[in-house]
Design a protein around this ligand. Structure first.
Ligand SMILES: Cc1cc2nc3c(=O)[nH]c(=O)nc-3n(C[C@H](O)[C@H](O)[C@H](O)COP(=O)(O)O)c2cc1C
Length: 149
């Protein structure tokens, strides 16, 4: 079974909740899952897992959460050599389109800039994640699992 590492930033707990939820679904399918906060991680941690999922909310008009922003900057120093990766981005629909869930494309760019391979479209959560625990989030997790075989 593949090992999956989640690295996330979260100020208010929403991203943490989504990451924990997805990770639980993967554990139920017997995947080996590890979860780390961005502030407790180094970019080289990404090299240790078979698959890496990065998660961040959007803050400050289209920016990554602070710890994840620092983490993403440090990714310039690593070569992911085609490692399978995925992204979870959060945001709020009250923000203008150019800022809405910009965390997702920001993380996608960081992964591609380090030669990582995005294995499916990013999970984009708009508004309270609790609204998506029965639909979007398990649906995306199923798609992720289908890419892990
Ligand atoms: C000060 C502040 C700035 C925010 N800026 C944005 C933004 O630019 N774009 C967006 O889509 N959401 C924005 N959001 C919404 C957050 O991304 C959203 O509430 C998210 O679920 C928070 O995740 P967290 O609880 O993991 O920190 C902002 C929220 C706050 C409080």
């Amino acid at each position: 079974m593949k090992s999956i590492l989640f690295i996330f930033g979260s100020t208010g707990g929403n991203t943490e909740m989504v990451v924990e939820f997805v990770a639980d679904l993967l554990r139920q399918k017997k995947y080996e899952v590890q979860i780390k906060r961005a502030e407790m991680s180094g970019s080289k941690d990404m090299l240790k897992a078979d698959v890496v999922v990065l998660g961040s909310p959007t803050y400050g008009h289209g920016l990554l959460e602070d710890h994840m922003a620092k983490f993403a900057r440090a990714m310039k120093d690593i070569d992911l050599k085609g490692k399978p990766c995925a992204v979870i981005g959060l945001g709020d629909p009250k923000y203008e389109a150019q800022y809405h869930i910009e965390a997702a494309p920001d993380l996608e760019k960081a992964i591609q800039g380090s030669n990582g391979k995005l294995i499916l479209p990013s999970l984009r959560i708009s508004g309270a994640p609790v609204m998506h625990l029965k639909g979007l989030i398990p649906h995306w997790t199923k798609q992720l699992i289908s890419k892990l075989v």
